[in-house]
Design a protein around this ligand. Structure first.
Ligand code: B12
Ligand code: SF4
Ligand code: SF4
Length: 265
């Protein structure tokens, strides 16, 4: 029963993205933004969610699934990989491409449509659903949100973190994430990892480190990524030139974890 539900959700979500007229950059000749999504499911009671409240992981402000939605049973998370065309525009070092900063904005607008589509789909299936990032309770304080999409995706079996702190999935790290909490009971996705950093060559084997070289303000070192340096750089060098568009992600492009899980190679 539940397997049919999951299959149905996967098919409908993929179709919605594929057929959306908004899955294209109008200002750049209709360049396609997202390839087919990866979709993962966690149970709402997964102990990882409680663990995320640890100050060394996300922090006490992380809101649990059942707090977003009483009676919550599952969390559906998805990864939207940017197409090769979009990734190719951002390979040169230095400032981000015009296509990339447009995809940051148009891509998140479509991501919000996808979140709403999933909520409506689940309601049609007689369940209740909430997209935390669209909820009035959602907030980001000092670069920490009360619903971290990367951590949620990690719990839902979609991947692990890299030295650059992006989530590395089976389709790499260049893309955006979204999720919804629902009262529908769904079969959780098996996590193919034990630790939170298994897909990074540097953190597991001491190899690579390519993202350190790619970062214009050197926010990434052997110790990890300094979110403050990254944010200040994007504000100073990108937002100031092209607001409201912004972004960077040089650390995610032209590196072994760009579009695949590098430890499987
Ligand atoms: C605030 C924010 C920022 C801040 C801070 C970055 C950050 N990574 O936290 C700034 C402005 C710098 C930023 C920059 C960017 N961002 Co941003 N950002 C967010 C936002 C809104 C919240 C992030 C958050 O809550 N962080 C919480 C802190 C605690 O995370 P953390 O410190 O990295 O967590 C570490 C610890 O938990 C540690 N850890 C230690 N022990 C353990 C144990 C366990 C079990 C686990 C799981 C972890 C763990 O591992 C983690 C990684 O090192 C999210 C959207 C959302 N709602 O989630 C997007 C988001 C993270 N950003 C995203 C993107 C794409 C970007 C940019 C590339 C911008 C761009 N589009 O060009 C850059 C660079 C990203 C990068 N390399 O990290 C994507 C990430 C996609 C991906 N594949 O991972 C997100 C998810 C947006 C989205 N909807 O897709 N961002
Ligand atoms: S570029 Fe290399 S070191 Fe950096 S996150 Fe990816 S695999 Fe890890
Ligand atoms: S997004 Fe840009 S500034 Fe931030 S860590 Fe990656 S390369 Fe560095």
């Amino acid at each position: 029963m539940s397997e049919t539900l999951e299959k149905n959700i996967r098919i409908k979500l993929s179709e919605f993205i594929d057929l959306s007229l908004h899955n294209a950059l109008a200002a750049h000749g209709g360049m396609k933004m997202y390839d087919a999504p990866l979709i993962g499911i966690a149970t709402a009671e997964d102990p990882l969610f409680q663990q995320f409240r640890d100050p060394s992981i996300v922090g006490p402000g992380f809101i649990l699934p059942a707090e977003w939605l009483p009676g919550a049973k599952s969390v559906i998370s998805y990864f939207l990989p940017f197409t090769k065309e979009i990734r190719d525009t951002n390979r040169a070092p230095g400032l981000p491409s015009q296509e990339w900063i447009s995809a940051r904005i148009d891509g998140e607008a479509l991501n919000n449509e996808i979140r709403s589509f999933l909520v409506d789909l689940l309601k049609e299936m007689a369940a209740d659903a909430v997209a935390p990032c669209l909820d009035s309770r959602f907030q980001v304080v000092n670069r920490v949100s009360n619903w971290s999409e990367r951590h949620v995706a990690h719990a839902a079996g979609l991947g692990t973190f890299g030295l650059h702190r992006a989530l590395i999935t089976e389709k790499g790290s260049v893309g955006r994430l979204g999720s919804v909490v629902t009262t529908l009971a769904l079969k959780p996705t098996k996590r193919n990892y034990q630790k939170h950093d298994e897909y990074c060559l540097y953190l597991t084997q001491g190899k690579c480190g390519a993202c350190m070289q790619r970062c214009p303000p050197q926010a990434i070192t052997a110790k990890g990524k300094d979110h403050r340096i990254c944010e200040e750089y994007i504000g100073r060098e990108v937002l100031s030139r092209w607001a409201p568009r912004y972004g960077c992600a040089k650390c995610n492009v032209n590196v072994p974890c760009e579009f695949e899980n590098p430890v499987e190679l």
